[in-house]
Design a protein around this ligand. Structure first.
Ligand SMILES: *Cc1c(COP(=O)(O)O)cnc(C)c1O
Length: 385
């Protein structure tokens, strides 16, 4: 059985260092806002080639705190890609801002800059770009559109630690960038953790207050903050794993390269390969009209694939007020995307086996009955471009 991901396997190269670091924190008697956090913040901002990093409790809070720091007026509109993970949307609505869902480019599966201006109104205050699956969004046109309209660009880089776009790192381009160190991410803690990276001093400082009850000096509260701190033990783990991030991303890339070169499955659309060196391959996502059947077939052959994401955010029960939206590109993606196993601990033999098994899958068009997805919509031959 080749699991989609096995965290024990992923962390096994670091196990001794992680154990030593946890002992050190346990014995230090200092568990929050200490030296491990400061050293991680310094190391991660340098890694991202940005000025500041502020550790927070998780990726969701990172997005939320960025939005809070910008202090947009109520009912401001925030544009985001409709095919993102729900964590990009939740802070927008939680703060009473109005989400505007934009269709992604079907080839890159990322926010389509050409559609952006259609969504900009007098109330638009920000665009959130999600660097989905480990690839930076098309930042040059997005930043120039934002500048023209005087709006902020926020990046959700929870899946893109180390990704580059035209030489620049994720974290160095947007006004503020949110990272998650959820255990399955390219840089993963052993619990929850997140960070905001920015080169805007005022934003960094505001978030330093906000994450700690609006306070930098004990019992002096300058803002109505929250409790969202990245604790010392997770920071210590991240300090250990950060130096290996580039090596891990390089391993991901070499697996992605093999998938791109060797997978041959009629009617499947592979992820874009034009920026193979810059993308960090958090997930390897193919689009395939008979996705559910292929996933089942792989499972029968002992290969666990996964779906990111099976239900678009506007179709979630959590958002009945968005259910009227018609977003055909996003809806089609939700029916057709399939993530193949891809992580640094995957062996060459496993990669070979995954490729071999996929290449043996024959699409018997005609004998295919229409397939139903969790969204309840049928995918048939005609629905494929
Ligand atoms: C993981 C993830 C998040 C949320 O991160 P948490 O640390 O789990 O809160 C946000 N956005 C995207 C795109 C993610 O993949």
């Amino acid at each position: 059985m080749i699991p989609f991901l096995d965290l024990r396997q992923i962390n096994s190269p670091y196990i001794q260092e992680l154990e030593e670091a946890s002992l050190q924190v346990v014995r230090s008697g200092w568990y929050l806002l200490g030296e491990s956090l400061t050293s991680f913040e310094n190391a991660f901002s340098a890694y991202c080639e940005a000025e500041y990093c502020v550790g927070v409790a998780n990726g969701l809070d990172a997005i939320s705190l960025i939005l809070k720091a910008f202090d947009f007026p109520p009912e401001s509109e925030v544009i985001l890609a409709a095919n993102t993970y729900i964590a990009t949307l939740l802070p927008v609505t939680a703060l009473g801002l109005t989400p505007v869902l934009a269709e992604p480019d079907p080839a890159t599966m990322l926010l389509n800059p050409e559609l952006l201006e259609n969504h900009i109104t007098g109330k638009t205050r920000a665009i959130i770009t999600t660097d989905l699956y480990g690839r930076s969004c098309e930042m040059a046109p997005i930043l120039s559109i934002a500048e023209k309209h005087g709006i902020k660009v926020i990046t959700d880089a929870a899946q893109a630690h180390g990704a580059r776009y035209r030489g620049r790192r994720a974290g160095s381009m947007a006004h503020a960038t949110a990272f998650s160190f959820y255990p399955t991410k390219n840089l993963g803690a052993l619990g929850d953790a997140g960070a905001v990276v920015t080169s805007d001093r005022a934003v960094a400082e505001r978030i330093r207050y906000l994450r700690n009850y609006g306070s930098l000096v004990r019992y002096q509260n300058e803002y109505q903050g929250v409790n969202s701190r990245l604790d010392e033990i997770q920071a210590a783990f991240l300090n250990i794993k950060l130096p290996y991030l580039d090596r891990d991303n390089a391993r991901r890339k070499s697996i992605a390269r093999r998938y791109l070169e060797e997978i041959s499955l009629e009617e499947a659309r592979l992820p874009p390969s034009d920026r193979i060196d810059d993308d960090v391959w958090h997930l390897f996502v193919i689009q395939y009209p008979y996705r559910d059947r292929l996933k089942q077939y792989l499972a029968e052959k002992g290969i666990q694939a996964d779906i990111h994401y099976p239900t678009p955010i506007h179709r979630q029960n959590a958002y009945p007020n968005l259910s009227h939206l018609q977003l055909p590109v996003t809806e089609k993606l939700s029916r057709e995307v399939l993530s193949l196993p891809l992580h640094p601990a995957l062996t060459d033999d496993e990669v070979s086996r995954i490729i071999r098994v996929i290449n043996l899958y024959k699409t018997a068009i005609g004998s295919q009955q229409s397939e139903t997805s969790p969204g309840g919509r049928a995918a048939n031959n005609l629905s494929h471009e």
